[in-house]
Write a protein of this length. Structure first.
Length: 228
């Protein structure tokens, strides 16, 4: 929650406490899960190389206890970290690894907190990574693949879905498809209708800044200022 609200120093302290608690409890999987979320913080607001190192540490900590679904989650986190560091090949390898691991299907020992890890989520991460690597066409293809995989963002993960939709809008904008950019942005706004998330709101505000360049286009102008 502190990370999502942009309070990174406080978030680091809570992550440290969680790691200590998992070690005291003899629960390496929860510790690895904590490291995976700490990696998100580092590739979002720090050094992506640190994020890669954190994911690798999580893999070591999980070792043989991790189910294929857990390992898929770590592979997806690694892919996003690599994309932030500009490593296209490593990102592609990690995404393919995540897809292959998910194809193994569910396992009786899957931790319940991995309910969100599915092909739709991996494809959303793939779309985000492609956009980060400067390939908006591939980003749009991956975002569409996520929807085809029944990504349940609107109903179950509106905050996260708003971020992905904003990135999809960014990809359409990069291709000068203004109608689709606005459609995705409007969808993101609807997702955030009842959600308080500094991270999601900041992502949308950044997109608004990019759209402002096209304020002379009616569809953009109406989105930026519906009352005008």
């Amino acid at each position: 929650m502190h990370f999502d609200d942009g309070f990174h120093a406080q978030a680091e302290r809570f992550f440290d406490a969680a790691l200590r608690a998992s070690a005291t409890a003899g629960d390496p999987l929860t510790g690895a899960y904590v490291l995976s979320f700490r990696a998100i913080q580092h590739y979002t607001a720090g050094d992506p190389r640190d994020a890669v190192a954190l994911v690798e540490a999580a893999k070591v900590q999980a070792k043989s206890k991790a189910t294929p679904r857990f390992r898929a989650m770590l592979a997806a986190r690694a892919a996003r970290s690599y994309s932030k560091d500009g490593d296209r090949r490593a990102c592609a390898r990690a995404l393919n690894e995540a897809r292959d691991l998910l194809a193994a299907g569910p396992h009786d020992e899957d931790p319940p907190y991995l309910y969100w890890v599915d092909l739709g989520e991996v494809e959303m991460i793939a779309g985000s990574s492609a956009l980060q690597l400067g390939d908006p066409w591939e980003a749009i293809r991956r975002f569409e693949a996520a929807i085809e995989a029944n990504y349940a963002g609107d109903d179950q993960y509106p905050r996260t879905h708003a971020i992905y939709l904003t990135r999809a809008a960014d990809a359409h904008l990069a291709l000068r498809d203004l109608d689709q950019a606005v459609a995705a942005a409007q969808h993101a706004v609807r997702c955030l209708g009842g959600v308080d998330s500094a991270r999601s709101t900041a992502t949308l505000e950044e997109l608004r800044g990019k759209l402002a360049e096209y304020r002379h286009v009616p569809v953009i102008r109406h989105f930026l200022d519906p009352t005008a």
